[in-house]
Design a protein around this ligand. Structure first.
Ligand code: NAD
Length: 356
């Protein structure tokens, strides 16, 4: 029996992984306790998505377990043992801003929870491929010290700089920088996953996400940039832009494209390898450009305002360089760009509003 175990299975990347892998594995075990609702409130609940998965995928088994609780994880791992061939670990506290409210909770979910998952894997199914969703926030605010130039609608790196063509690679320093507590707990997890690859020889892959997005995001003010922006564009709810004149640039990768990266890694795994995983030069936008696009798609003006103070640790310009991944897995490429992503989010959000 081939089983894929997915933590955070009702979240954006977890649910995309359930969909993607349900055809490729005999069983999918999902672990999610809807902690997202505790973090960000009712509007961010992922219960709707878990219900959808249970109705749609007959081989999906949902477990309401907490990754902080080793005993409940041990029961699941003992039950399925070496049948588990793939672990996609996405469960997390995913917000910068929220982490400072409850540092213990943030660290115990992001860092200790990841250690729990790694150790359960080592004890029960050490041959399994272990995929971890890290973040570009491990680089802290180092990108903000690159030579950036202000253009009419966005910040851009100097065209003469070595990162201009393809973006920022994995060799960029993660040290001597302000990470936010969230970034720090993710660094701890990121390094642990590398170590289980290098030290124990396990097949671990670390994917440092840019903005991960797609129609199944439960967008909230503190997390899920494009999804929340589109929600505001549709409902007329007020949206606040924080700092950098609204010209800060993020690269956005569709959840399907990211999970397709996992699939390529699974078929030819490495040990403790790190990859930047974002939209790169192919799919990126500034806040201002995203607002313009959202207005074009909905056909109405957005209700937004600007505050001078930026979010702590926010990147002014981030474009991921995916050259390393593409060299390791030459048949992978992006399927979706920024227009497809926003249109899909619009269609899915409109449908969800109608069925409420
Ligand atoms: N979305 C982004 O823009 C982004 C960017 C970079 C990295 N990441 C990383 O990618 C991963 C997935 O992000 P996402 O956007 O799918 O997040 P998400 O919040 O949509 O999904 C995470 C899921 O994990 C669950 N969860 C949280 N804590 C849990 C716990 N203790 N036990 C069990 N389940 C728990 C939540 O209920 C939620 O359903 C995270 O690790 C995040 O840090 C996300």
């Amino acid at each position: 029996m081939n089983i894929a175990l997915i933590t955070g299975s009702a979240g954006l990347i977890g649910s995309e992984s359930v969909q993607f892998f349900s055809e490729k594995f005999d069983k999918i075990i999902g672990v999610d306790n809807n902690l997202r609702e505790y973090f960000f409130g009712k509007e961010a609940s992922t219960v709707w998505n878990n219900d959808r998965l249970k109705e749609t995928y007959a081989n999906y088994i949902s477990r309401n377990a907490d990754i902080r609780n080793v005993d409940s994880l041990a029961k699941i791992f003992a039950e399925f043992g070496t049948d588990i061939k793939l672990i996609v670990h996405t469960a997390a506290q995913p917000s910068h801003d929220w982490a400072a409210k409850e540092p213990f909770t943030d660290f115990s979910v992001n860092a200790t929870g990841t250690l729990n998952m790694l150790e359960m894997t080592r004890q029960h199914c050490p041959e399994a491929v272990f995929i971890f969703t890290s973040t570009n926030k491990v680089y802290g605010d180092n990108p903000n010290f690159l030579p950036l130039i202000e253009l009419e609608h966005r910040w851009e790196i100097d065209a003469k700089h070595k990162y201009f063509k393809d973006g920022i690679p994995e060799t960029f320093s993660i040290d001597h920088t302000k990470h936010s507590l969230f970034g720090a707990s993710k660094v701890a997890a990121d390094v642990l996953v590398q170590e289980y690859g290098r030290y124990f020889g396990m097949k671990t892959g670390i994917f440092r996400g840019g903005c991960l997005t797609g129609p199944n995001h439960s967008g909230a003010k503190l997390h899920g940039f494009l999804s929340y922006l589109m929600k505001c564009a549709i409902t007329g709810e007020h949206y606040t832009v924080f700092g950098y004149k609204g010209k800060q640039v993020r690269d956005n990768i569709h959840s399907w494209d990211l999970v397709n990266m996992f699939w390529h890694f699974f078929q030819d795994p490495k040990q403790g390898e790190v990859y930047n995983a974002g939209g790169g030069r192919h799919s990126n936008c500034s806040m201002a450009e995203a607002i313009t696009l959202a207005q074009e798609i909905t056909g109405k003006p957005m209700n937004y305002s600007y505050i001078e103070t930026n979010r702590i640790g926010d990147h002014i310009w981030w474009i991921s360089d995916l050259t390393k991944f593409k060299n390791h897995y030459p048949t992978w490429n992006w399927k979706y760009g920024i227009d497809d992503i926003l249109t899909q989010i619009f269609e899915a959000s409109t449908q969800r509003e109608h069925t409420k």
